[in-house]
Design a binder for this molecule. Structure first.
Ligand code: HEC
Length: 141
C-alpha cells in the first residue's frame, strides 16, 4: 500500500482527521468540565446559601431557629400592616417556580406584584446570592 502522506489527497485526509479529532476532544473536554461544574457547584452554592440565610442574613431571627416559621414574635409597630405569622422557609413551598423566588429575593415583589408584610425586609440580593439562597432553602426538607 502506498504511504498516504505521499499524496496530496492523503495529506488532506490526514489533516481533516486530525481536525475532527481535535473538535471531538474539545467537545468531550467541554462537556466533562460542564458535568464537573454541575456536580461541584451545588456544594458551594448550598454553603453560600446557608451562610447568606444564617450568619449574614439572620433569617432565623424571625423565621425561627430551623426556619420552620410560626407565630411572628416581633412586636408590631403601630399603624404598620403587620404579619401575625411567619412562614416556613424550608423548601420555599410558597413559590411555584424558582423564578418567582428569585424575583422576590431580588426585588421584594411577590408573583402578584405585592410585597410581604412587615417586618419582612424587602431584600435586594443580587442574582448570584439569590440563586444560592433559593438552592439552599429548596434543599431543606
Ligand atoms: C425581621 C423579621 C424577618 C427577617 C429577618 C426575615 N423575614 Fe422573611 N418574613 C417575615 C415575615 C413576618 C413574613 C410574613 C410576611 C407576610 O405574611 O406577608 C416573612 C415572609 C417571608 C417569605 C414569604 C413571602 C410570601 O409572602 O410568600 C420569604 C420567602 C421570606 N420571608 C424569606 C426570608 C429570607 C430568605 C430571610 C433572610 C435572608 C428572611 N425572610 C428574613 C419576617 C422576616
Amino acid at each position: 500500500m502506498k504511504n498516504p502522506f505521499a499524496t496530496k489527497r492523503g495529506a488532506q485526509m490526514l489533516l481533516s482527521t486530525v481536525a475532527a479529532g481535535f473538535l471531538v476532544a474539545l467537545a468531550v473536554g467541554h462537556s466533562a468540565s460542564r458535568a464537573l461544574a454541575q456536580t461541584a457547584a451545588p456544594a458551594d452554592l448550598l454553603a453560600r446559601g446557608e451562610y447568606l440565610t444564617g450568619d449574614a442574613g439572620q433569617c432565623a431571627d424571625c423565621h425561627n431557629a430551623q426556619l420552620q416559621g410560626g407565630p411572628n414574635k416581633v412586636k408590631p409597630r403601630p399603624g404598620v400592616p403587620w404579619a401575625d405569622t411567619v412562614p416556613s422557609l424550608r423548601g420555599l413551598k410558597m413559590f411555584a417556580t424558582d423564578a418567582d423566588a428569585l424575583t422576590f429575593l431580588r426585588t421584594g415583589a411577590l408573583p402578584d406584584g405585592s410585597k410581604a408584610k412587615a417586618p419582612m425586609p424587602g431584600y435586594r440580593f443580587n442574582q448570584a446570592d439569590a440563586t444560592a439562597i433559593v438552592a439552599y432553602l429548596r434543599s431543606l426538607k
